[in-house]
Every structure is written in C-alpha cells, then in structure tokens.
Ligand binder design. Structure first.
Ligand code: ZN
Length: 308
C-alpha cells in the first residue's frame, strides 16, 4: 500500500519506478487533474496505486519536468532552530516550544525550478517537509501521523538580511520571495517508506557537501509539531510544514548561493531536488545590511574562532 504522488504540468500523477500514470485518466474521472484534490481521498489513491500494473504508463519521468507535488497549500508553516547542531552554530538557545513562522504559500515551487535571487545573501536550508492529509484541530500527538498524507524534500530558501531587517526579526517575507520554497520531487506516503523516523538528509552546492544529518535529530518531531500547531490553527488538507534544517547553512561561514550554482537536496527514500540559482535583480533593500544580521554573523564568527 501507499503511493508516490507527482505534479506533471499541473496534473496529478502516480509514480512507479521511472513511469508515471495520469490520475484522472487511470481513475476514469473519479479523480480530477488537481493534485490538491488527490489529497482528499488518500485510501482511494493507495488502492489505485496497488492496481498500477494493470495500466499503461502515461509517460516516463525522464521526459518531463515535475512541478511541486502540493502546488497550492492553504497554509505553509516552518519551524526554526529544530536541530540542536543548527541552533548551536547560530549561537541561539534551543527554544522551549517550536519556533514557528510561515512561508507564504506563493513561494512554493517545483523540484527543479530556478531559485530567483535578489541579493548577495541568499541561503539554503535542507528540510524534511510533512503534508497534511486528514484535517484536524487539537490533534493528539499519538494520532498525529494519521493526519499526514506524506513526506517530501524541501528547501527553506532565505534572503538573510531581509529576514533580519525588521526589529524584532520577522522571518515571513525574507523566506517567502517567489521561488523560495522548492518541494518534491514527489509526495511519498508513509506506507511507502522503510523507516520515516530515520532518514539521511543532505545538501550540496555545486557538488560540495554543505549539510549532512539524519531527520531523527529533530528536536520537535512531526507529531509534536502537529499537536502544537493544531491547538492554535485548524490544519487543512494540503497544508505544508517545513520541519527545520540541520547545521551547515551558508550564513555561518558566509557561503551564500551564487548565480549559476546548482543546489542539490536529498532525503533518503524521498528523492532529490535540483535547483539552479539565478541572480535576477536587486530588491529594494539589497544593499542594506541590518544590524541584527551583522550581529548574528559576528557572534557566529567569534564562537567559531573561540573553538579553534
Ligand atoms: Zn528553515
């Protein structure tokens, strides 16, 4: 049981091996073409997936470009400082409750989409992403996995000075520029994974390893985050949760993304994002480096020097 759900040209498709199957076609119209609607009938989706061998593939993955498997979430949440090693490298205390911010849903983009950069301080954050299936309010931690449609790989791209330009810092806009939320390559159901509690996560920039960890190092795990969030907001079908990034982000060593670089982000069992970084323009504050940002960089450098 289980499924791998893809978005191909805005149409929902099931994936098996290197082949894909258009969902509306193989379901004879029981499912629409909309990938968001597919998330509303997960058991029917799994049942159809179990029958894939009886259908002719609609095509091969090698011949198409995938879009984001969840293209239009109502809400998109993200958790900061959720790996101990990242909180330490950022010189920040481990938060007593999840440090939640939002990425505006309009920043969601595909697994091979270009990342459009508007300053010299754009940074990567490899993250495990959970997508809500069954909606809920006040979800108990023990029940939380039953509300997850599946998992995918995500990049929480950040324009660092914009992130720290307000006082106190407001993460939303700095992490919500168009194209700053690549997800994919497909949405993988929990049943399709060997062990979704323990998966290697890594990030390379033009072939150079920058981040390498395991999602079992999350401080607040997915059930905790779901229980916590759903006390406050109703979680809706298709809502996206970025769960935080491990150590190795660019801001610590001043290794920001450069024009033309290829950002590669992988999680064991979930697949790989490959995004090209493109410097498109300057945003209006691109040459202003806010004090909070300079302080963060200086503090991290000081700490690194003290450890040497
Ligand atoms: Zn993040």
């Amino acid at each position: 049981m289980g499924f791998r759900l893809a978005n191909i040209g805005g149409r929902a498709a099931l994936v098996s091996g290197e082949s894909y199957y258009d969902l509306e076609k193989i379901s004879h119209g029981d499912f629409s073409q909309d990938p968001m609607e597919a998330l509303e009938a997960l058991s029917e989706l799994s049942a159809l997936d179990a029958q894939l061998e009886h259908f002719e593939p609609s095509g091969q993955l090698a011949d198409i470009e995938l879009g984001p498997p969840v293209p239009n979430p109502k809400n998109c949440y993200a958790v900061g400082l959720n790996y101990r090693n990242h909180a330490e490298e950022s010189n920040m205390a481990i938060p007593p409750v999840p440090m939640v911010f939002t990425k505006h849903s309009s920043c969601i983009s595909g697994p091979t989409a270009d990342i459009e950069m508007r300053s010299d301080y754009v940074d990567y954050e490899a993250e495990l992403v959970a997508v809500i299936g069954k909606p809920g309010k006040d979800i108990r931690r023990d029940d939380a996995w039953q509300h997850v449609a599946g998992l995918c790989v995500g990049q929480d791209i950040s324009d660092r000075p914009m992130q720290f330009s307000a006082a106190p810092p407001q993460f939303n806009l700095g992490k919500s520029f168009d194209t700053f939320g690549p997800i994919g390559p497909v949405l993988t159901s929990l049943e399709s994974l060997d062990d979704y509690h323990s998966m290697e996560i890594r990030c390379d920039v033009s072939g150079q390893l920058r981040q390498s960890d395991n999602v079992d190092d999350l401080i607040f795990d997915i059930p905790f985050i779901i229980a916590y969030l759903s006390e406050i907001v109703t979680l809706n079908t298709g809502d996206v949760i970025f769960t935080g990034t491990p150590a190795g982000v660019g801001v610590i060593d001043g290794k920001y993304l450069r024009d033309g670089e290829i950002l590669t982000t992988s999680i064991e069992g979930l697949g790989t994002l490959r995004n090209r970084c493109v410097r498109v323009a300057d945003h209006s504050r691109a040459d202003i480096v806010p004090e909070a940002f300079s302080k963060l960089v200086a503090a991290a450098r000081e700490k690194a020097a003290a450890h040497q």
